[in-house]
Design a protein around this ligand. Structure first.
Ligand code: NAD
Length: 475
């Protein structure tokens, strides 16, 4: 790749203090050199965002929304270039990369439509109580490597439309699409409103403890999220944490096993299983268990595991060496404890490829069942009793999402209500919508992203409580 990537700091596209390699997970070759920010460059970016805040927050919602639409238009106009770059740094098949880029433009457009209107909480007996919202200031966006573009847009949309400015830090293994987006933003946004910083994991803690950063919008692992929260506590920063999950799928006895297997397979294996809300454990009723296992194994065997740029590839590589090693360890352990129905053997070729793997006969305490694998290896577990499967599904420190699959919708909804997760989908998966809130329960997160609740996370609510000057005191 000949493109020379730069960071957007204070309205200027700049080189880093040094560079590092970004590796293509399908070939292990170098995609490009990435600029690496020094601490001083991060300080400059934060100061620029702080300086830009008064003028940006003074604009009307309509004006700021107009900028978001321009960003969406510009991203859409270069969607093919962004998708190709995304596939080369992240690994996902090109059609899934295009889907992420187009989805990102939808997110920006959705937030361009959203507002935080003043609310009258009370108006009676001469008393008026108003709640109004103001932006917070400088927001730090810290994102992971599985969806580098759309997860940034989930933060940038609400951040900018409500009048905040941003310093965005992508994950070290997938920084290039964020930097390319910075190049596009440099042409559109006033200087300092949006800044990009690339690092190799050193600068996150500087952001989370910085006195001039008002809010941390973080997506990543629970372990890092806990560090972010601890660091932000010092100055009582606002934090939203979108963290790990170990989402259960419950397949009821009234669905056709083969169709259910198809849906669960998609939910587990898209993006090589590297989706926070991927189906990570499937519980299938004993009456359809054998047929389900046979069908899902056939689907796994039929997958085309290859470089995401090759036409027809359905599963790309795992994104980076560290994650590849982690999934491999879980797989090796699962092979000892259970029965591999499909996949399980790693190809002898460059790249971090793991074929879609289905494992049965595992106990609930097997690491593949109780940890977040974040890769294309799915345990399929049998159940007989609804109360028991609900207990097993909820027996996790995580509570991100989950799915229930059943023909009897009333029964499926009743079960869905008993799952302790931020989201439960019934007969569908990954129905994430910019207009609906998304949040994790337990150790899967804090606060909401998306929807009105997500928008409000980028604002401070103020209450104004007024009575007539001559009114008698209420107490
Ligand atoms: P990670 O926690 O390792 O890294 C995420 C980001 O945090 C990166 O940008 C990294 O550089 C930065 N970082 C590292 N140390 C830091 C520190 N001490 N302070 C501040 N920032 C720091 O996560 P990952 O491995 O990139 O992503 C995979 C994880 O993300 C999985 O657990 C997955 O479930 C989770 N995830 C959650 C959601 C969600 O919406 N809940 C979405 C996608 C991914």
């Amino acid at each position: 790749m000949t493109h020379s990537f730069r960071m957007l700091i204070a309205g200027e596209l700049v080189d880093g203090a040094s560079t590092f390699d970004v590796v293509n997970p399908a070939t292990e070759g170098v995609v490009a050199q990435c600029p690496k920010a020094s601490k001083d460059q991060l300080e400059t970016a934060i100061a620029a965002a702080k300086d830009a805040f008064p003028a940006w927050s003074a604009l009307s919602y309509e004006d700021r929304a107009g900028y978001l639409v321009k960003l969406a238009d510009a991203l859409f106009a270069r969607k093919d270039e962004f998708a190709r770059l995304l596939t080369s740094e992240q690994g996902k098949p090109l059609d899934q990369a295009e889907y992420e880029i187009i989805g990102s433009t939808f997110v920006l457009r959705a937030f361009a439509e959203m507002r935080t209107p003043e609310k009258k909480l009370r108006e009676e007996g001469g008393q008026t109580v108003i709640e109004h919202r103001t932006p917070l200031g400088v927001v730090a966006s810290i994102t992971p490597w599985n969806f580098p573009v759309i997860l940034l847009m989930n933060k940038l949309g609400p951040c900018l439309v409500t009048g905040n400015c941003m310093v965005a830090k992508p994950a070290p293994t997938t920084p290039l699409t964020t930097l390319l987006f910075g190049e596009l933003a440099a042409e559109i946004l006033p200087a300092g409103v949006f800044n990009t910083i690339a690092d190799q994991n050193e600068l996150g803690p500087v952001m989370t403890s910085h006195p001039d950063i008002a809010k941390i919008a973080f997506t990543g692992s629970t372990a890092t999220g806990s560090k972010v929260m601890a660091s932000a506590a010092e100055s009582i920063k606002r934090v939203t944490l979108e963290l790990g999950g170990n989402d259960a799928a419950i397949v009821l006895d009234d669905v056709p096993a083969r169709e259910a297997a198809q849906k669960v397979y998609q939910g587990a294996m898209t993006n090589a299983g590297q989706i926070c809300v991927a189906i990570k454990r499937a519980y299938v009723h004993e009456s359809i268990y054998d047929e389900f296992c046979e069908a899902i194994a056939e689907l796994a065997n039929a997958a085309v595991v290859d470089d995401g740029t090759r036409q027809g590839t359905t599963i790309g590589p795992v994104q980076n060496r560290m994650q590849y090693d982690k999934v491999r360890e879980l797989l090796d352990d699962a092979k000892q404890r259970g029965t591999v129905l499909a996949g399980g053997e790693l190809p002898d070729r460059p790249g971090y490829f793991i074929p879609p793997t289905i494992v049965k006969d595992l106990d609930d305490d097997a690491p593949l069942v109780c940890e977040e694998q974040f890769g294309p290896v799915l345990p399929v577990l049998k159940y007989t009793d609804i109360d028991d499967v609900v207990r097993r599904a909820n027996d996790s420190v995580y509570g991100l999402a989950g799915t229930v699959w059943g023909r009897d919708l009333t029964r499926a909804l009743d079960i869905a209500r008993r799952i302790d997760s931020g989201t439960v989908w019934v007969n569908q998966h990954l129905a994430i919508d910019a207009n609906l809130p998304f949040r994790g329960s337990k150790q899967s997160g804090l606060g909401a992203e998306l929807g009105e609740a997500g928008l409000n996370e980028y604002t401070q609510a103020h209450i104004i409580n007024a009575v007539e000057f001559d009114a008698q005191p209420a107490h």
